[in-house]
Write a protein that binds this ligand. Structure first.
Ligand code: FAD
Length: 451
């Protein structure tokens, strides 16, 4: 990242000190702006409240953003657990390894959400021009004027403030986005999928070893539903069962739950243990999964939404946080390009980002089908091996979809069109081979008739 100071120092309010809000605070502070970060919940470094998903898979886009604030090494090498591929737990009890990138050996990294959030907050706080305000809930904002109203969650005291720039990093249920949605020409599309998830944990292995391979993302694909498990650096695993709500709701007694696990995931049941499974499963109710597309992401020269506030997606491409971190890289790039001129930076952000964000929201939805069903099919594996072979032969020209999304900064829209082009090439090649075989067979038949 270039650290050229913007032409004018801005008074910035970031709403939401989740992963993306905490990161953007550091980037803006490095540019010399005065940043105030307001968060509804308490400081996660002091009081740890249980939020969504314990583990996250970090990949290239997210790593690049962390590198820019000097955190990549700490997150990846000291707290991340490398996952080199998927380990499929098939119905017949067998295991199948499917590497993410057999040509270059790229991995994704399992990182602990709370730990990452703590690191990002501490990194932001190191800047003397950043102030953090916890237990402050945004309740109202005038996005044109840049005024905001917060309530202190403990004392119920109202805090009014104003900013030159408001950054809404307040997550999937963003109040800033809801306020934007009341404005004319704001496109908004929200979809809850019929499937929910329950988080489960796997105990530490004995003798300082994981209970199953510690460098894979484990998947139990079962068609309509699936389980996954990600390794943690303390030798445990955290997993989720994703399934239609009707399936999850039918598992309403310990007996039904155990029967289901004995039938569908006997190996996982053995690893988790019956008592622990029952405890974890009934501890909370199944959580929903929402996908949100909207446009634009800015209001005038005062307000911008980023991260899940702008593009919440289902978690199946493991790109929600990575895309949110890439938003921050884009914002920083535009700040540099336009010397901090918000009249250009904010519309420029919407122009550059909306289509890409919509593309990854769609890809994430598609990937659920791939993970829970297609990965176990021979046709999927055949295509994967073909892609890998072509990638090996033409490393710069044939990059599989998963690699462009996960191991590159290719625009998400271009990832989709690149895949569409590859599909077309393969279809044509298959067609040509088919015609050639037909021609040979026909020629052979004609010559045999003549004889
Ligand atoms: P959040 O993390 O939601 O943070 C928003 C913050 O704003 C919160 O702290 C909230 O308290 C605060 N806030 C909200 N409203 C207000 C208000 N009114 N006033 C003040 N503060 C407010 N992504 C990946 O890249 N890889 C993965 O492997 C991955 N796995 C996932 C698994 C699951 C099960 C789920 C649900 C998501 C997963 N994601 C993953 C997505 C990832 O969690 C999100 O994309 C990421 O957390 C978005 O960060 P954010 O800062 O934009 O939003």
């Amino acid at each position: 990242m270039s650290c050229t100071q913007s032409s004018a120092e801005l008074n910035v309010v970031v709403v939401g000190a989740g992963l993306v809000g905490a990161l953007v605070a550091s980037f803006l502070a490095k540019r010399g702006h005065l940043v105030r970060l307001y968060e509804y919940r308490s400081d996660v470094r002091v009081e740890c409240s249980r939020g969504v998903s314990i583990d996250l898979a970090l990949s290239h886009r997210g790593r690049e953003a962390l590198r820019a604030v000097g955190l990549e090494d700490e997150v990846v090498n000291h707290h991340g657990t490398a996952m080199k591929g998927r380990m499929l737990h098939l119905r017949d009890g067998s295991l199948k390894e499917v590497l993410y990138d057999s040509v270059n050996g790229n991995c994704i990294y399992s990182v602990n959400r709370t730990h990452l959030n703590k690191l990002l907050l501490s990194a932001a706080e190191k800047h003397p021009n950043v102030s953090l305000f916890f237990k402050h809930k945004l309740i109202d904002a005038d996005l044109d004027k840049g005024t905001l109203k917060f309530v202190r969650t403990e004392s119920r005291e109202i805090v009014n403030t104003e900013a030159d720039l408001i950054i809404g990093a307040d997550g999937a249920y963003s109040l800033i986005r809801r306020t934007m949605s009341k404005r004319p020409r704001f496109d908004f599309n929200q979809k809850y999928i019929d499937h929910g998830y329950v988080e489960l944990s796997y105990p530490r292995g004995k003798d300082e070893k994981y209970i199953m391979s510690g460098n894979h993302l484990h998947i139990w694909p079962r068609g309509e539903f699936m389980m996954i498990a990600l390794p943690n650096d303390d030798l445990t695993f955290t997993g989720n069962i994703f399934a239609p709500f009707k399936t999850l709701e039918s598992l309403n007694t310990p007996e039904r739950l155990l029967k289901f696990y004995r039938e569908q995931f006997p190996d996982a049941l053995q690893l988790i243990g019956e008592e622990k499974l029952i405890r974890d499963f009934f501890q909370t109710s199944a959580k929903t999964l929402v996908s949100i597309k909207c446009k634009p992401y800015h209001v005038g020269n005062k307000t911008l939404i980023i991260g899940d506030a702008a593009h919440a997606m289902v978690p199946f491409y493991a790109q929600g946080m990575n895309a949110g971190f890439e938003d921050v890289l884009l914002l920083d790039h535009l700040m540099e390009l336009h010397h901090g001129d918000l009249d250009k930076v904010l519309p420029g952000f919407s122009d550059a980002r909306c289509d890409d964000a919509h593309a990854i929201v769609d890809l994430a939805m598609y990937n659920y089908l791939e993970m829970r069903d297609l990965v176990a099919k021979k046709s999927f594996l055949a295509r994967k091996y073909l892609d890998d072979a072509l990638n090996w032969l033409f490393p710069n020209d044939w990059i599989p979809l998963y690699s462009t999304v996960t191991f590159s900064r290719m625009r998400y829209c271009d990832c989709i069109s690149n895949k569409a082009w590859q599909d077309k090439v393969i279809k044509r090649a298959v067609f040509c081979v088919g015609i050639a075989i037909l021609a040979v067979v026909t020629a052979a038949m004609i010559s045999s008739v003549q004889i």
